[in-house]
Structures are given as C-alpha cells and as structure tokens.
Design a protein around this ligand. Structure first.
Ligand SMILES: C[S@@+](CC[C@H](N)C(=O)[O-])C[C@H]1O[C@@H](n2cnc3c(N)ncnc32)[C@H](O)[C@@H]1O
Length: 223
C-alpha cells in the first residue's frame, strides 16, 4: 500500500490562492483547496508515480498547483473549454514559475489532446449528454497508460437527498456565472462500470462526501 499524500500547509494553500488574478477568485480558491477532499484524493492516487497527468476540465488549474505543493512535480496538461479560465491558469503557472504545467483551451465533446499517462476528470460529466459521457469516458480511458489511472469525481444519479443538493449546487454555479452551463445529465454507477470495463480498466467506485452535502463519488479505473 502506498503512503498517503502529504497534506499541504495553510501557507502553501494561501500561496496558490495568491496567484489568482482577482480577489474573489483568491477567496474561492483558498476555501476550495482547504475544504474540498478531491485534491487530496487525487494526490493519494498518483503520488509516488512518474506518469504525466492530463486534467480534463481543469478550470484555473488548481489540481496542478495542489499536486506541486505535495511534491509531485510531473508534467501536467490542463484542458478546458473556458478560455478565461485557461488564460488565468496560464498566468498563474507563469507567475509560480512552473514550466512543467501547460494549459490548452478545447471542448472535450469534440476531442482530447494526444496523451498517455494518468487522466483526471473532476466535476464535468454533468454537463454532457449520455452519449457524450460515454464518448468522453472511452476517449479518456484510451489515454491511460499501462499501470496508470483514470480518476474521476462525479455526482452520481440516485434517489438520495444528497443527489438533489448536488443538482441545486450546479444550478447555483451557473446562476452566479462561475459555470458556463447548467447541468445536463448525471451518470449512474452502472454507466461507469459498463463503459470503463469495456475500455479495459479495472473500476472502483467509492463515496467521496468529505464534509460536503453533495452526492460525489471517486471513480478510479486502473489499466
Ligand atoms: C466544476 S468545474 C471543475 C474545475 C476543476 N476540475 C477543479 O476541480 O478545480 C468544471 C470545469 O469543466 C469545464 N468544462 C465543462 N464542460 C467542458 C467541456 N465540454 N470541455 C472542456 N471543459 C469543460 C468548465 O469550464 C469548468 O472549468
């Protein structure tokens, strides 16, 4: 069993937030990095490995900075269709002097960059139709190198109160213009099993609620 990833200090998280171009994004980043369990969960999956990492729907690149302060200095490629976020991600990586982080704008519904390594998809599948979700999962899995992982965080569709809160949270993110789109469809656990197993990955699905009210799960496919 691999040792858990180191927990970044408050000072390190504040240093990441200070790279953000606007004051309100600095506040958002500080609170997100210190409260959202997903960054530590991804770090636990990849720390100790040497493969590069592709972050699909990277936003402003917080995962890349989080991994860096955990001592994980592999090349990270971030990919997101929001040009404003990619511009911020590039400017933050440049200010930090992190030349191993690169960011490109593009729509994951129409193709992914050529890549081989670990692939991460955090919180974007709800913006896709079922066909687009299947296509993205299959394309992402094809970029997972031997021994590497596809690591996904997604809300999962079921009949829980947590699921209803997840949907509400995504509508609020759209209403305050942080997200370009409202949610379209949430995958269920069977869909992940079906698509990722067909793509040759060994799949595990674990609740990842942390201190949040959301119905989030960590889905890991290993090749
Ligand atoms: C909830 S945010 C997550 C950001 C980042 N993964 C994180 O955890 O900090 C979802 C991101 O997915 C991006 N996104 C949504 N649909 C996309 C698409 N079709 N192609 C690429 N990026 C997309 C959004 O622009 C947004 O930055």
């Amino acid at each position: 069993m691999t040792a858990p990833a180191p927990t970044p200090t408050r000072k390190q998280l504040h240093q990441i937030a200070a790279l953000c171009p606007q004051r309100w994004v600095q506040h958002y980043t500080r609170s997100k990095l210190s409260s959202d369990p997903v960054y530590g969960a991804v770090a636990n999956e990849v720390i100790g490995t040497t493969e590069p990492l592709l972050d699909i729907g990277c936003g402003i690149g917080l995962l890349a900075h989080y991994l860096h302060v955990c001592g994980h200095h592999v090349p990270v490629t971030g990919f997101d269709y929001d040009q404003r976020k990619i511009d911020s991600a590039i400017s933050m990586a440049t200010s930090a002097g992190h030349s191993h982080l690169s960011f490109a704008a593009g729509d994951a519904r129409t193709g992914l960059p050529e890549f081989s390594g670990h692939v991460v998809i955090l919180d974007i599948l709800q913006f896709f139709t079922e066909e687009e979700q299947d296509a993205l999962l299959t394309a992402a899995a094809s970029r997972v190198a031997s021994g590497a992982k596809l690591i996904i965080r997604s809300g999962i569709r079921d009949d829980s109160g947590r699921f209803r809160i997840t949907v509400l949270g995504d509508y609020l993110a759209k209403a305050c213009f942080w997200m370009k789109a409202a949610p379209t469809r949430y995958p269920d656990a069977a869909q992940f099993q079906r698509v990722l197993t067909a793509a040759g990955l060994k799949v595990s699905i674990q609740p990842m609620w942390g201190g949040t009210p959301f119905n989030n799960f960590l889905i890991v496919g290993q090749r």
